[in-house]
Design a protein around this ligand. Structure first.
Ligand code: NAD
Length: 248
């Protein structure tokens, strides 16, 4: 059966790689992103590969925009079976320098944005009696991150959110898992390095057990599997894709 997938943050980095992976796995793919032009570009590439795809511009913090975006997806591609939430923001600051606005912004995008998308997507999954949700969290939530307390808190909440939804919707055929990445080369990581918040690649690689950084495709492979038919007995889990940086 052809599944319809929505990937938030699908226009860049690991979200973009996940769009292509889900397309290769036979899904119709909606690329949802704040950057509407980039979302259209990824959707065009998918269509070029023969994948039915739609680019949708939406800010995941805006509930009305999320509802409109999912309505477009339903009209163009059909009801939503798969939701991958990769839209996210990172920020670095010593704890005492995190203003309430800065704290709130990360919670808005990383946590509340995921809440909006999940709440809008789940009714379709309930109607189908089948669903897959994968939230992209972060290794910073697993090990704690000095200078990133707001980011780690927003991502740690996704891990508890995953577990709660997994229990609530397991009986309805919906699995809910999260993938905490670490050391993945994406535009977000390059920006953090350029701003001096992360060390250069060689230094990062030296601290990773496998000895090199990961790619968006490494994340996409795990997410694609968690969204598959075969992964139906896996729910409530946190599957680190991190080259061994965190071993849980
Ligand atoms: P990225 O910056 O390349 O992609 C993120 C995408 O999210 C962008 O296209 C951006 O436009 C979109 N986005 C941001 N705010 C949005 C909003 N309000 N509404 C809709 N879209 C929005 O980053 P990436 O590295 O691919 O990160 C993907 C996810 O992985 C993020 O949630 C990030 O926190 C998490 N993560 C990344 C790493 C890493 O090593 N790169 C590590 C841990 C966690």
């Amino acid at each position: 059966m052809t599944r319809v997938a929505v990937v938030t943050g699908g226009a860049s980095g690991m979200g973009e790689a996940t769009c292509h992976e889900l397309g290769r796995r036979g899904c119709k793919v909606a690329v949802l992103d704040l950057d509407g032009q980039a979302a259209q570009r990824v959707a065009e590439e998918l269509r070029g590969d023969g994948v039915p795809a739609l680019g949708v511009a939406a800010d995941v913090t805006d509930r009305a925009a999320v509802e409109d975006a999912f309505a477009k997806v339903r009209t163009e591609l059909g009801p939503v079976h798969i939701l991958v939430t990769s839209a996210g923001l990172v920020d670095f600051a010593p704890f005492l320098e995190i203003s309430p606005d800065r704290w709130q912004r990360l919670i808005e995008v990383n946590l509340n944005g995921t809440f909006h998308c999940a709440q809008v997507a789940i009714p379709d999954m309930l109607a189908a009696g089948w669903g897959r949700i994968v939230m992209i969290s972060s290794s910073s939530a697993q090990r704690g991150s000095p200078g990133m307390a707001h980011y780690a808190a927003s991502k740690g909440a996704l891990i508890s959110f995953t577990r709660s939804l997994a229990r609530e919707y397991g009986p309805a055929g919906i699995t809910v898992n999260n993938v905490p990445p670490s050391g993945i080369e994406t535009p977000m990581q390059h920006q953090s390095q350029a701003a001096g918040f992360l060390p250069p690649n060689e230094q990062m690689a030296a601290s990773i057990p496998v000895g090199h950084l990961g790619t968006g495709d490494d994340i996409a492979a795990a997410v694609g599997f968690l969204c598959s038919e075969e992964a139906g007995f896996i729910t409530g889990q946190t599957l680190g894709v991190n080259g061994g940086s965190v071993m849980a």
